[in-house]
Write a protein that binds this ligand. Structure first.
Ligand code: NAD
Length: 267
C-alpha cells in the first residue's frame, strides 16, 4: 500500500509525521509522493484542504484521512495519540478499505480567455474587491435575481459546516448530492432585492453567475484565492467527481457536528 503524508509544518505535526513513517515500515506501507492510495493529513482541516487540492487530479484513486494537532477538525478527526491505532488499521485493512464518498462543488469560470473548471471540497466564494459585488444569478438558465452585496458562497454538504454556517446556511448531510448558495451580506431595501435565504440545488441543476463587466473580483476555492477582472460567467453545480475518505471506525457526521458546535450535553 502506498501512502503520502502532508503536514502543517509545525513541530508537533512534523514529529507525528516521523512517527508515522516509522510505524508504516512495520506494516509494509511505502511512501509514494506521486500516486498514493491513502493521503494522511496531519494538522487541521486546512491541511486536509491542501492535501485535497494537491491530489485533485487523482481523486478517484486516492482516499484521505486526517489527524488533528489542534482542535477536533471536520476532516481531521483522529487524535495525535491514536496514530498507532491508525497506522495499524491502515496497514491491516489496506486491501479492504471502507471508503465514504462526499460530494464536491464544480465551478466553471469563463473569462475572455476561455473556460476553466475547478473543484472545491468546502466552498467557492465570489466577492467584489474594491466595490460591492453586482451579479445576475440564473438558475437552470432562467433569470433568478440580481445580487448586490459583499459576495456569494457556494458550498458542498461537507463544507456546509464551515464558511456557509457562519453565513446562516443550513447544515447538509454529505449523503445528499447538493450544493448550497448562501449570500454574504446582500443589500436589501426598496430598490435592491434578493431572496435572502440560502438555496440548495440538487444534482444536475446549475446556477450561472454573471458579474457586471469589468469588476475586479476575489475568487476563493477553499483556502486558495485569486483575483480576476475579466470574468464573463461562473457556472456552479454538483461535480461528477467525489472525494474519498478512508473510514477505519464509525464517526457519524451528526456526532462530529455535535462535538464541534454543541459540546457536552446539558443535564
Ligand atoms: P483555517 O485552517 O484557519 O480554517 C478556518 C476554520 O474553519 C478552522 O477552524 C477549521 O477547522 C474550520 N473548517 C474548515 N473546514 C471545515 C468544515 N468543513 N467544517 C467545519 N469547520 C471547518 O483556514 P484555512 O486553512 O484557510 O481554511 C479555509 C476555510 O476556512 C474555508 O474553506 C472556509 O470554509 C473557512 N472560512 C470560514 C470563514 C468564516 O466562517 N467566516 C471565513 C473564511 C474562511
Amino acid at each position: 500500500m502506498y501512502y503520502y503524508v502532508l503536514n502543517r509544518g509545525d513541530d508537533v505535526s512534523e514529529r507525528l509525521t516521523e512517527t508515522f513513517h516509522r510505524l508504516a515500515q512495520q506494516y509494509d506501507m511505502h511512501i509514494n509522493e506521486q500516486s498514493p492510495d491513502i493521503v494522511l493529513s496531519i494538522g487541521g482541516d486546512g491541511t486536509l484542504l491542501q492535501a485535497f487540492h494537491r491530489f485533485r487530479h487523482r481523486l478517484e484513486h486516492t482516499s484521505f484521512v486526517g489527524i488533528h494537532t489542534g482542535h477536533l477538525g471536520f476532516y481531521a478527526d483522529w487524535k495525535p495519540e491514536e496514530i498507532g491505532q491508525l497506522a495499524h488499521m491502515m496497514g491491516t485493512y489496506a486491501g479492504d478499505l471502507r471508503i465514504v464518498k462526499y460530494p464536491l462543488v464544480e465551478i466553471a469560470i469563463t473569462t475572455k480567455r476561455g473556460t476553466e473548471k475547478h473543484l472545491a471540497l468546502n466552498e467557492f466564494t465570489l466577492k467584489g474587491v474594491e466595490s460591492t459585488l453586482v451579479a445576475r444569478l440564473n438558475i437552470n438558465d432562467e433569470p433568478f435575481e440580481m445580487f448586490r452585496g459583499d459576495g456569494i458562497c457556494i458550498s458542498t454538504p461537507s463544507g456546509s459546516t464551515a464558511y456557509n454556517k457562519s453565513l446562516g446556511g443550513a447544515i447538509i448531510h454529505p449523503s445528499f448530492d447538493a450544493v448550497q448558495i448562501a449570500e454574504i451580506a446582500s443589500i436589501n431595501n426598496r430598490v435592491y432585492r434578493t431572496l435572502g435565504s440560502s438555496i440548495i440545488l440538487p444534482q444536475h441543476h446549475h446556477c450561472d453567475i454573471y458579474p457586471r463587466p469589468d469588476q475586479n473580483l476575489l475568487l476563493t476555492l477553499d483556502h486558495l484565492s485569486f483575483q480576476c477582472s475579466d470574468v464573463v460567467s461562473i457556472r456552479c453545480m454538483v461535480a461528477e467527481e467525489k472525494v474519498n475518505f478512508s473510514r477505519f471506525r464509525p464517526f457519524t457526521f451528526w456526532n462530529r457536528v455535535k462535538e464541534a458546535f454543541i459540546g457536552e450535553e446539558l443535564e
